[in-house]
Ligand binder design. Sequence first.
Ligand code: NAD
Length: 467
Amino acid sequence: MSDYKFFAQVNKAFDIAAKYSEYDQGLLDQIKICNNIYHVTFPLERDDGSIEVIHGWRVEHSHHKLPTKGGIRFSTTVNEDETMALAALMTYKCAVVDVPFGGAKGGIKIDKSRFSDSEIERITRRYAYELIKKDFLGPGSDVPAPDYGTGAREMGWILDTYRQLKSDINAEACVTGKPIPQGGVRGRTEATGRGVYFGVREACKNKEDMEDLGLELGLEGKTFVIQGLGNVGYHTAQNLIKGGAIMVGVAEIEGSIYDSEGIDLERLMEYRQDTGSILGFGDTKELESNTAVLEAECDILIPAALENQINEENAANVKAKIIGEAANGPTTAKAHDILKEKGALIIPDNYLNAGGVTVSYFEWLKNLSHVRFGRMEKRFEESSYRKILNVIENISDRKFSEAEMGVLAQGADERDLVDSGLEETMINSYNELNELRKTHDIDLRTAAFLSAINKVGIMYNQMGIFP
Ligand code: NAD
């Protein structure tokens, strides 16, 4: 829908939650506005020598904490309104999961499939250069990350561009989601999907909610449908399946498929790689459109593609009892009300997909400290555990085999520590939101916005206003 106003949708949810806060309208307006909006245009010389003008944006929503943080999106849907909405969601998301950044977002309006790799590299580098010139990129000012249509490769180009222009000992912290050799952190690629899994698993552990929804306790055996098998969608599906859930439906750009017996994710990925499509895979049934599967029979629906996917037109037909918003803004405000009326549990985007920014925060910390997580303590931990196990052996008849020793005395490496920090964050934040939900008798989305408003508001109140 071309007249879709994403920023207004975000602000609608903000206004509902603001009624439960104690702040006056002036402060609420201060929280809501975007602090800096930069629309950049530049020419690209195409491989065939022709010239094309490229439009990009970077929006810093809130400077209550610095740096600001948020992904960069390459898509034909990118515009100023979308970037403002996504930047605002980043502020609220960071506050919900206690990641000490203001929110930002960037985007370039392109159809990636029209450009060669070398053209994409030139677009990425020129965009980064323009941001650096205006102080919209740097370890202490504004730190991008991957989003829809971008990944580690683009982040690596951004870091290299920054390095060409600045001699900064903390250069690696200017962008996250980088390849590991360039200062990336283990576990970042899968972090958003893994965080979605932790959040959905936590929701399924709530006895009262599961009883209200008429579902069994726990994730095991629950069926789910996923829209989008990109970075977030694929890793979410992989983790949910490992956690015992059954994938019964998938939507991708080319269409949607369903099989109540379950769909093998890895085989489906291989099939799509070979044929370019998910259609015709195994015994799955092909549905009439790529949105049809959103209305299919399942316990959990995971939109993991783009905004405005569950809207007034299809919300009433959604059968899932749990909606896990892996994408940003997949449910419109009206659709949210319709789903709520039907009794569904909506786990909101500004909590559920916060795993990416949480692990980006860990990557930024790693870059600033210039040392890999676990490097200092891993061996020390292992020798301490071995000493404890030796004492146990001495006071009992039990002798541990070397294999057992290896497992029991293992020290934490970077991946373990990142995963532990992510799990802790997602569990704590869910419980915090649940408490707010109970206290005010509100839904989880309103609780997430209220939590964010409270945290950002305190900062603004304490800081005062310059000059
Ligand atoms: P991605 O580009 O890796 O994957 C998106 C996938 O969605 C692609 O496979 C694409 O083909 C598919 N898709 C696009 N339109 C579709 C449609 N109409 N129906 C079905 N499938 C469709 O992007 P991503 O990084 O996985 O991001 C997905 C969503 O998650 C976005 O809303 C993004 O803002 C959000 N998000 C991403 C991250 C991250 O770390 N990458 C973090 C937080 C939130």
